[in-house]
Each structure stands twice: as structure tokens, then as C-alpha cells.
Design a protein around this ligand. Structure first.
Ligand code: NAD
Ligand code: DAU
Length: 364
């Protein structure tokens, strides 16, 4: 039986991970530590909290002594660190909180573990740090996909803060023998994703009849990973990875943004054609007004320093026995369905703060 601390467990991937872990490992104890920034939504794990499967603690990973006390009180043996500022565009507007949480916060969490898990650290203890493929920088069209040995070359303040954290985690393995692993994954999508990210933003905007803002020419390529596959990959790493290893996780679905957004438009239109009640529920949406959703696509000012292409070589994690199960077509269809059926969730999280961000970000 493991005793997990899931940091950032009220965010998109962390919440999906709690749902996944709770179902896959029913006997394990799960404690969520989350500061509930604008991107954290305790409603995403409310059922798990109410049923007693998850204990929720509101707090900051940067509070080293408080975190250390929690590790001792709960006898935590496994930390999965999802907590971060995660949105590239916000890091361009204001990098400081990215350095505070992603760099200093990760360091405080490592210190809490180092001072609590006294030497020799039990073989069952593990600190897994969740990182991103953005640390590798941007690929040219003909470059080979990122491997775990690709040199770091982060281009945004967000990516640089994640790269710095990865280096600190690595240093804690080599200097202090802390039993850490790192994963660097590609773009996740699926349920509970905050609407500031491309896919939920487009789904919600179609339903609200708002433009779909495509940065630049929209031909930037991302490798789309369904969040359920990501959660299974982390499980595999926790159970089979030696200490000190890093793992790339991709979705095997590299597509330009514009094509992915067009797929989302088609899926929403098909859903409206098959479910008559949707037009009444979303009267401002393009399909309710008799227009194809793709008519909302508009090209806007590009993101500064926008990385052109990411791609993951997943050969290493395949050797751990991990394969993705969700194709992009199936994953997008399930995601569109989830947002259609969970209107209360996305309306509740689209708070005043989000509206203010949206107005600043998309003012032309
Ligand atoms: P998210 O923004 O949806 O959630 C982040 C969560 O962390 C939120 O619940 C927030 O309240 C919490 N948090 C922020 N600062 C905190 C702090 N100081 N202390 C405690 N909690 C804090 O992010 P996400 O998309 O779920 O990403 C999770 C992790 O995965 C991040 O580390 C991110 O860098 C990484 N990642 C995400 C993707 C992706 O496509 N979403 C891809 C690769 C890597
Ligand atoms: O690659 C992994 C990364 O994926 C994670 O580390 C980040 O935490 C996560 O946010 C994501 O970063 P991206 O910048 O790729 O995600 P985002 O959804 O913001 O953008 C996806 C692509 O879509 C990117 O090329 C920018 C583009 N885009 C985004 C938005 C929000 C648009 O064209 N228009 C938009 O309005």
C-alpha cells in the first residue's frame, strides 16, 4: 500500500491522476496538496474528497516546513509533483510566479522530502517530478523527435522554469541520493482542463459563439497526449523505473494546431446534428445559428517566441511496457462530449479572473 502526496491535484492533470489512481489502486492513501490558484478547482476532485478517497489540504509547495509536517503526519512515501504555473502565455505576461512556484516551490518540496525521508531512504519512497517536452525547445520540420538525451533549450519563461526545476531534481538525486524520477510529456488534453488552453478554449468558444483565436498561421505542431494515457504512464514509472531516470511521454499524435481545431469543430457540429437539445442549451453557438463551427476560426497575433514543433520519441518508455491507448480521434470525441455534458464545471471555473485574462490576452 502506497501513501501518496499529489501536489497540484486540483489542477487538470493532477485531478485526472487522482481519479485514475483511486480507481486503479483502491487501497492506497491519497493526500492532495494544492494552493488553489486560478487554475485549481477543488470541484474536479469533490467526489473523491466526499467519499473519503482523498484528503484535500490547501497549501503551497513552497511552504517547506508545513509540507514536511504533512509528509510526517501522513507517512507519505510517494510524492507526485504536478503543482506548477503551467500556461506559456501567462509566463510571457508575468514570469515571476513561474519562478516562485516552478523553481523555488519545487526546491522547497525536495527539501521537505530530503529532511523527512531520513537516510537511508526506504526503497519504497519515491519523488516523481512531472515536467514537459518544452524544456527541449523547438524542432525544425526534419529534426528527429526529442529523446531523453536531447539537450535542454527552453524558449519561454515557463519552459525555462520547468527546465531549472528538472536540473534541481537531478541534482538532489546525485548529491543527496533522493529517490527521484522525472517525466517530460507532450500536450495533454481531456476532462477538467482549464479553458485557457487551446482545446477547451475552442470547445467553449464554439458553444459561446466566440472566435477561435489561432496564433499566427496555426501550423505549429504539437504531440497530443490524452491525459488518461499520461496517468497510466506515470503509474508505470512509479512501479518500474530505477531512481534517477527520466522518461519522455508522448501521445503518438503529432498534428498542426489548425487541423486539431478543425477536428474539434467537426465533432461539435456532429454532436449538434445528433442531439437536438444542444441548440436550445447553447443558442449563441455557431451550429445553433446554422453555421459551421469552423466559420469561427480567426488568425490572431502570434505568441512571442512561439515554438514551432514538438515531437516525442517514446522508445524508452515503450521498453517499460507502456503504450498509448487513446487515438487522437477517439480522445477528441470523448473530450468534446465531456465539455458538452459538464457545462456547470466550465462555467464555474471561468471566473472573473479568467474573463479579465481573456480580455487582455485577446485584445488586438
Ligand atoms: P494546471 O495549471 O491545470 O494545474 C496546476 C495546479 O497546481 C493547480 O491546481 C494549481 O492550483 C496548483 N498550484 C499552482 N501553484 C501551486 C503552489 N505554489 N503550490 C501548490 N499548488 C499549486 O496544470 P496542468 O496542466 O494540470 O499541469 C500539471 C503539471 O504537468 C505541471 O507541472 C505542468 O508543467 C506539467 N505539464 C502539463 C502539460 C499539459 O499539457 N497540461 C504537459 C506537460 C507537462
Ligand atoms: O508541450 C507541453 C506543454 O503543453 C505543457 O508544458 C504546458 O503546460 C501546456 O500548457 C501546453 O503548452 P502549449 O503552449 O503547447 O499549450 P496551449 O494550449 O497554450 O497551446 C497549444 C498550441 O496552440 C500552441 O502552439 C499555441 C496555440 N494556441 C494556444 C492558444 C491558447 C493558439 O493558437 N491559440 C490560443 O488561443
Amino acid at each position: 500500500m502506497k501513501r501518496l502526496l499529489v501536489t497540484g491535484g486540483a489542477g487538470f492533470i493532477g485531478a485526472n491522476f487522482c481519479h485514475y489512481w483511486s480507481a486503479a489502486h483502491a487501497d492506497d492513501r491519497i493526500v492532495v496538496l494544492d494552493a488553489l490558484t486560478y487554475a485549481g478547482n477543488v470541484t474536479s476532485i469533490a467526489q473523491l474528497i466526499e467519499s473519503g478517497r482523498v484528503r484535500f489540504v490547501r497549501g503551497d509547495i513552497g511552504e517547506r516546513d508545513r509540507v514536511a509536517a504533512l509528509l510526517r503526519e501522513e507517512h507519505i512515501d510517494t510524492i507526485v509533483n504536478f503543482a506548477a504555473e503551467s500556461h506559456v502565455d501567462r509566463s510571457i505576461e508575468d514570469p515571476q510566479c513561474f519562478l516562485r512556484t516552478n523553481v523555488m516551490g519545487t526546491h522547497a518540496l525536495l527539501e521537505a522530502a530530503r529532511t523527512t525521508w531520513t537516510q537511508p531512504v526506504a526503497a519504497s519512497s519515491r519523488f516523481h517530478h512531472v515536467s514537459t517536452d518544452e524544456v527541449y525547445g523547438s524542432l525544425l520540420p526534419t529534426d528527429p523527435a526529442f529523446t531523453e538525451n536531447t539537450p535542454y533549450s527552453p524558449n519561454s519563461p515557463y519552459a525555462a522554469s520547468k527546465a531549472a526545476a528538472d536540473h534541481i531534481v537531478r541534482a538532489y538525486v546525485h548529491t543527496y541520493g533522493l529517490p527521484c524520477t522525472i517525466s517530460n510529456c507532450s500536450n495533454n488534453y481531456g476532462p477538467y482542463q482549464f479553458p485557457e488552453k487551446l482545446l477547451p478554449l475552442c470547445i467553449v468558444n464554439i458553444l459561446e459563439g466566440r472566435p477561435l483565436p489561432i496564433y499566427g498561421d496555426g501550423l505549429q505542431v504539437r504531440d497530443w497526449l490524452h491525459v488518461s494515457d499520461h496517468c497510466r504512464a506515470i503509474d508505470r514509472i512509479l512501479s518500474a523505473s530505477p531512481v534517477g531516470e527520466t522518461w519522455n511521454i508522448g501521445g503518438g499524435s503529432s498534428e498542426p494546431n489548425l487541423m486539431v481545431v478543425e477536428s474539434v469543430c467537426r465533432l461539435v457540429d456532429e454532436a449538434f446534428a445528433g442531439r437536438r437539445e444542444l441548440a436550445a442549451r447553447f443558442p449563441r453557438s455557431a451550429p445553433a445559428l446554422g453555421k459551421p463551427s469552423r466559420s469561427l476560426i480567426c488568425h490572431v497575433r502570434d505568441r512571442p517566441g512561439h515554438d514551432r514543433r514538438y515531437a516525442i520519441n517514446d522508445g524508452k518508455i515503450a521498453r517499460l511496457g507502456f503504450v498509448t491507448q487513446t487515438t487522437l480521434d477517439a480522445g477528441l470525441a470523448a473530450t468534446v462530449r465531456w465539455y458538452l455534458d459538464n457545462e456547470a464545471w466550465w462555467r464555474a471555473v471561468s471566473s472573473g479572473e479568467y474573463q479579465a485574462w481573456y480580455a487582455r490576452q485577446y485584445a488586438q
